[in-house]
Design a protein around this ligand. Sequence first.
Ligand SMILES: O=C(O)CCC(=O)C(=O)O
Ligand SMILES: [Fe+2]
Length: 578
Amino acid sequence: MFAAMLHLIFLVWTCLRTRCRCFGFALLYFHYFQSNSVAILISIEMEWTEDSVLEFIEIYRGKEILWNNKHPRYFNKIQKNDAWEDVARSVGATIDECKKKISALQSALRREKSKIKKSMGTGTELFIWLQIDKETDESNDVDDDTALQDMNPDSEEPQKTNDIQEPDETEEHHEIQKPHGTQQSHETHELRVTQEPNESQQTPKTRIRVSNKERKPPQMTHSIPNKKRAVEKLDAAFEILTKASNKEPPQDPSECQIFGNLVAKKLSKYSNVAQTAVQEAIMNILFAADKGGLWNVPFINNAYLINSTLLKQYSKAQLTHNLPNIDSDMAFCRNLRELNVFMYVSNRVDFGHLINADTYDVTRTEPDMYQIFENEQDWEEAYIRPDYPETFNPDKKPLQPCPDVYWLPIVTKKFCKSLISMMESFGKWSSGRNEDERLQGGYEAVPTRDIHMNQVGWERHWLHFLQKYVRPLQEYIFTGYFHDPPNSLMNFVVRYRPDEQPSLRPHHDSSTYTINIALNEAGKDYQGGGCRFIRYNCSVTDTQMGWMLMHPGRLTHYHEGLRVTNGTRYIMISFVDP
Ligand SMILES: O=C(O)CCC(=O)C(=O)O
Ligand SMILES: [Fe+2]
């Protein structure tokens, strides 16, 4: 499934991404799972799309020799030509096309600026920025046009100089009668010593003591250097070019604005000197973040995305993987290089990622569910609800439908369906009798119809889930209680049906805390059902698929499973103890 998804991602990407420089890619050759490298092969055919113009500007910007008349080799025609060749090759155009494009962009820039000047007063941010810059640095007085002039590709003449330089870069389950979920461990033994389970007696009794281990838990500069300012001007010029190519920078105004305001507020509390230093540091981070990367590489293996125009352009013999004495990847890459087809690795576009399929067991009913260790990121995306982190938002209070019973979003519907499907396909639901050979003591005082996680080979996975996703919730909600990893011997899916076992009698759980995840929908998949906390006469009946109840198991939280009158109700239960 993950493999299929990955394949799909590539294909979808192929279809959707034709806007950028990769026109109509065909997926030619792709070994799944064999390496962590993702490689992209791009052919060189130019078409001035929005994205390619932006890329062109970036590349041009990286070639100071072409526009900075202070560059030591600015007047070296051969090296300049080499630089143009690099630019042209990188964008898949000819040198002439590139020169023309830069001139066109400069004209667009001039037009844009004159519009800005005309609208002075309402002015754009950029214009205001340039004004401020001028006012604050008379000694470095630079006309708005200067950066543009500096980027004039045709001029070999020394021009008005800028300072543009290289940028710096226990127990009970049914404890009662017997705590629900008690493995017949020492806990059960203890139970028997103190009181024999007695089905007729409804008095709860605690068998396990909880051991609650507490866990103890630059030098400032005085002004922006001229060099820096010059770089900023250049950035501003490029920003105008960017605007000229009609590309708005992506933004989330509300979130960015809030963050910007926060930074501004903090900044305003510093001295002028400190403000300058902080601004410089922030700008450096922003410059670095803007960079992205595109690297021309001599060799790529395992995965290629190939521009389909190449396949038509060259014969099979030319695109061959065979060369004497070298392996097929190398042969393929070398042949391409010799055809002047260059290969690039980019981190600017997310193409998906390769997955580790070493343990992918297609014989399982829901193989993806077992991938929590090997492909954790995909697992989380598929099975953890996106609103899971919201519980930790200090501005929000977790839902508490009954005293000390918390109700928390945790797993996706997909998770719920997959778990049910794992259990139903295994199919060996317990008998619902007290005798239970799956338990060490062979006895369950408050039996349910259930399947244990270890019966479907998913216990290790479940315990990891408990540790990674449930434990932080518990620590957040029941302050001061830590136990990492959480210990849980009883992990199972319960099935309630009117004609099988429709309800569960009052009991305590053999747990410090219990989690109870609703796996299907009340009112739709079944009628009735829910969990009632007897001491509080409080029931949670409208449980939501993928939401979890978390409550103490003993003493105060004597509870029962309410009768299902129609359909089938599934829940996932864990008794975490301690
Ligand atoms: O039906 C319910 O929600 C309660 C289940 C329960 O208490 C248990 O399995 O121990
Ligand atoms: Fe229970």
